[in-house]
Design a protein around this ligand. Structure first.
Ligand code: NI
Length: 159
């Protein structure tokens, strides 16, 4: 496993549509392992392949319950609304307020290319929307309500 370099805002790959993964290969297996390692090292809860410079429809998520691999994910259903702070490993040190659905149901393939359904509320729902957006070249900064803030300032306010 290896830590990959995380691309940051302004890098052209973050604005591009990612491509479907047609089959599992040793290269994709390696990418999945590296993405988890990279995400954990950066204290993130989700990471999309374009963020490490790979234009593939692949997302990893771990909001503290269990690690999820999502290959070619598609959102099937959403409901409700949540408004809260969001950050992104590609926009280090910043956060901003984004409104997302409070419930998300999606389908994806796991690392064995077996299709499954994932449902989430609150943080997991937010994370699913945020990461799947990355695969269409959409960043949370495109949806932020108001200005981006420094994470440090927001944390001080909360203390
Ligand atoms: Ni992100």
């Amino acid at each position: 496993m290896a830590i990959r370099n995380i691309r940051t805002l302004g890098d052209a790959i973050l604005k591009k549509e990612a491509k479907e993964i047609k089959e599992m290969t040793p290269k994709v297996e390696q990418l999945i392992d590296d993405m988890f390692e990279t995400m954990y090292e950066a204290n993130g809860v989700g990471l999309a392949a374009p963020q490490v410079g790979i234009r593939k429809r692949l997302v990893v998520i771990d909001c503290g319950e269990e690690p999820y691999v999502l290959i070619n994910p598609v959102i099937l259903e959403t409901s409700g609304e949540q408004t809260g702070n969001e950050g992104c490993l590609s926009v280090p040190g910043k956060c901003g307020v984004v409104t997302r659905p409070n419930y998300v149901k999606a389908k994806a393939y796991d690392r064995n290319m077996k299709e499954y359904i994932i449902e989430g509320t609150e943080l997991l729902a937010r994370c699913l929307c945020h990461e799947i957006d990355h695969l269409s070249g959409i960043m949370y900064v495109d949806k932020v309500e108001g200005a981006l803030m420094d994470v440090e300032d927001v944390e001080e306010e909360e203390e």
